[in-house]
Design a protein around this ligand. Sequence first.
Ligand code: ZN
Length: 211
Amino acid sequence: MVNAMLFSLKQFERRFPNDEACQAYLEELRWPQGVGCPGSHCYPTEPPWRPSRGRRLICRKCRAQFSPTSGTLLDGLHTPLKVVFLSAWWLTVGSRLTTIELQRRLGLPHYRVAQSLRLRWRLAMLEDLGMNLSEFGLCGRTGAPGGIEQRFRDAHREAIPGVPTYSTGSKEVFELLLRSALRLKPIKETDLRRFFRGEVVIHREGEPSSS
Ligand SMILES: [Zn+2]
């Protein structure tokens, strides 16, 4: 029996066949009113330049270079967007995936890249679950891997209707995860690992401006 809600790998491949499709999706998610320049007091009236096939955009007014991931949790990743998206897909359909398994499924040469992607999405999940990350960071060590999410879910599952269950892997959950990642500030690799060891506090960005 087919679950109509499931975001299958086939559907994923159709929706996100390449980096360009991922980029367009992120731009739409971050700037629903049209691409905005992150420079303060800059309200370009024309769409930005797109100098190459990469992520980079250039504001026609102030010449600032930016991308849909700049200033967010996905900032600083040098992995192609398609792979970044695919890692999110894997985590929404199989949250129990180990880092080694994720690395293998994404065909990544380095363990650290898979770990970085995995931890970023876990952080986005926490954000999406409505957790006050900065408060939680003060709680100290978090115990076993996966413990923070479980503790939070156990405490809030009844209280918050519609708390997403990431193992369902629906398209909605996938989108929620990406939205959450765009709401969080950039993080250094070392801080990312330290956060999951309960040693560092993370601050949340305000909603991305759509003006
Ligand atoms: Zn500008």
